[in-house]
Design a protein around this ligand. Sequence first.
Ligand code: NAD
Ligand code: TDX
Length: 360
Amino acid sequence: MRTVLVTGGAGFIGANFILQARGAQWYNVVNLDKLTYASNLQNLTALENEPGYCFIRGDIGDPQLVSHLLQQYQPDAVINFAAESHVDRSILNPLTFALTNVTGTLQLLEACRAYWQKLPLHKQERFRFLQVSTDEVYGSLSITDSPFCEDNPYAPNSPYAASKAGADHFVRAYYHTYGLPTLITNCSNNYGPRQFPEKLIPLTILNAMEGQLLPIYGDGQNIRDWLYVSDHCEALHLVLQQGKVGETYCIGGQNEQTNLMVVEKICTILDELLPSKPNFSHSSLITFVKDRPGHDRRYAIDCTKMNRELGWKPTESFDTGLLKTVQWYINHPQWVEQIRTGAYQSWIEQNYTDRTVNYL
Ligand code: NAD
Ligand code: TDX
């Protein structure tokens, strides 16, 4: 596999994936990203002048642009990370989620189908469309339920989850109806460097560092299965290389934590790394707030299939992963400030009026 079109590569997981892919010389990368509020091109500055990487600002839902890129770069695979990804925002504005996550993915699939159907047979067989999806499509578990696996029926509860489920159904349909060689991964909560500070872990780290309150929804006993982002990226690479076409792969951290435990662990790390006043603990900033509407109680993933078929399992422990994550935010004050002040968003608008920035 020589060239991969990565969509949403300026976001949290996409950027980590591209850095890992280029670092390990997995493939050349064409990065298509709309540069929404959640993106950050500073994540990829190191690759700016590297042959084998290029960035294009654009929308997965722009069929002309996507068709043009497919023709120009002739990728062997497309990995679709592009999405609106925050559950709370989906509750306030579900339509945006339907537009990017469902319609955008459908437009992308359609452009890929047209491109793929014109490829010579040997290239058609090699082509892959990988949809990066979430465990949230399976709904909520009770404390006694078995973790989600590939056989679970979809039961999305939030507008975000519904939009990801809709996209996944289209991906599945393109495999069954047109034979497009698709793969779907359903992954649990990711954490690590470069995550936009609206999500629980970076929000808690930054608020605690700034002495602001740490909001915990409801009773703090909701459970998530946290996976360090580089483990997810490794899993995606394996699925792309060795996954069976038409199949789904569940990816998880084997690491269930209540939200309260996560926030308390971050506070303990910060107490050690940034001791302030005597007898002060960052955990004194914890505040229980109104619950998220429709808040799923528990997510957990059974990743037996990934282990059995592709030999993958998570490698980073939660303690070391969380420590590395906190250290990354402490060591990147400029990254944080540009986002917190909105300076990054203004910079995008000034610098990226032209969509195509750099060519392979
Ligand atoms: P993110 O919000 O950090 O990044 C999303 C990226 O997509 C941004 O750079 C944004 O500019 C881009 N984008 C949005 N709309 C676009 C469009 N119409 N066209 C092109 N680009 C667009 O998200 P993330 O956390 O990196 O998640 C990436 C993918 O992984 C998403 O599909 C998400 O559903 C999935 N996922 C995330 C997690 C998680 O814990 N973060 C877990 C499982 C699956
Ligand atoms: O301030 C907060 N307080 C709080 O208690 C925030 C932002 C969140 N929470 C809770 C809600 C969830 O139970 O923490 C948990 C994690 O919340 P998020 O970080 O918003 O993640 P979640 O809703 O679980 O969804 C994430 O994981 C699956 C990603 O945002 C999705 O893109 C991914 O698909």
